[in-house]
Design a protein around this ligand. Structure first.
Ligand code: ATR
Length: 332
């Protein structure tokens, strides 16, 4: 598959979401194994790696820094700021708050550059829009980082069409990252047209529905346990009842996959990439075999009938994509 563009650089349409290597999907992957996966991804043509300061409180950026130190020219690194870590009186981590102030950005970018062992971040995102800080103020400060040579291009994550337009009027926005999959199509009405208008790229995260769309999750193989955020309290699509109903929808993705002798997850990725040339996907995986399967999606072309069948599923998905506080952090 041809490379696609973010800003003035080209990236392979299937990048790697690195979060799960350090956080939210159970215990972190053992370091040597994680570095090996990142190196294998480069060898297979992946050149867009997505991380954030908040993934493992810097651990994920440090992992990428270590893995890419001797091959920095082969990768585009995207990272994000916005969440600020809170600590209780005894100094223990106590969650995060969104802070889009220039001061928090300065604090975060210096950490990210150090953790990533690099002089320049290819794509720097505001991870979540801070309702207390005008977007012009945040993006104005981010633009200074571009002028100082610390950042190549700017992005927003989970921003509304209006925020995207206002931000772009302050400094060019090269990419917007949002959840986008067969199961989560809410950005089609406003965000995608706004991106077409300003000439930016959509970076689709959770294109596999956090694993649901791969077919690897079953009634008996339900995610849970320590460090795993796919639980009812955080992810309503994984709540009892909703989970089983959503798995039934994946069977329909499986039926389309059978036409192509493919896996459901490959169909999920092929659908996302087929939605527009200005879309790239960043499926997350910690396993080489799954990475290889995901990369295989690049060769799949869906028919109009198959697309229609897949697009009928989103309205039947049960559960919001985040819990209430997670949805409140999505700028709409
Ligand atoms: P996120 O953006 O949160 O990373 P995602 O990309 O939609 O979400 O899905 C990531 C999940 O899908 C992970 O749990 C990942 O598990 P592994 O680390 O075990 O791979 C899972 N996943 C990714 N690719 C997969 C594949 N080809 N087959 C099965 N599971 C896969």
């Amino acid at each position: 598959m041809e490379q696609r563009r973010i800003n003035d650089f080209s990236v392979y349409p299937i990048g790697l979401g690195c979060m799960g290597l350090s956080a939210f999907y159970g215990p972190p992957t053992e370091r040597a194994e994680a570095v090996k996966l990142l190196h294998n991804a480069i060898e297979r043509g992946v050149n867009h790696f997505d991380t954030a300061e908040m993934y493992g409180m810097g651990a994920n950026e440090k992992l990428l820094g270590e893995a890419f130190a001797d091959r920095r020219d082969k990768v585009r690194i995207a990272t994000k700021f916005g969440p600020k870590f809170l600590f209780d009186e005894s100094g223990k981590p106590a969650g995060t708050t969104i802070d889009g102030t220039p001061e928090n950005m300065r604090r975060a970018v210096e950490n990210s550059l150090a953790y990533l062992q690099t002089d320049i971040i290819d794509l720097y995102y505001l991870h979540r829009v801070d309702p207390e800080v005008p977007i012009e103020e945040t993006v104005g400060a981010m633009g200074e980082l571009v002028r100082e040579g610390k950042v190549r291009a700017l992005g927003l994550s989970e921003a509304s069409p209006e925020t995207i337009r206002r931000a772009h009027a302050t400094h060019p926005i090269s990419a917007v990252q949002s959840e986008y999959s067969i199961f989560s199509r809410d950005i089609e009405a406003g965000v995608l047209p706004a991106l077409d208008e300003i000439g930016a790229t959509l970076v689709a995260y959770s294109p596999l529905g956090r694993g649901l769309l791969t077919g690897a999750l079953t009634r008996d193989n339900k995610p849970g346990g320590e460090g795993e955020y796919r639980q009812a309290a955080m992810q309503p699509r994984f709540a009892d009842g909703a989970y089983e109903a959503n798995l039934a929808l994946v069977e329909e993705v499986g039926a389309v996959a059978a036409n192509h002798d493919a896996a459901p997850g490959q169909i999920a990725l092929a659908w996302v990439l087929g939605r527009g040339k200005n879309i790239v996907a960043i499926p997350g995986t910690t396993k080489l075999r799954n990475l290889d399967s995901n990369l295989g999606a690049a060769d799949i072309a869906l028919t109009a009938d198959e697309i229609a069948r897949l697009e009928a599923l989103a309205d039947r998905v049960q559960g919001a994509r985040y819990n209430e506080s997670g949805m409140a952090a999505v700028n709409r």
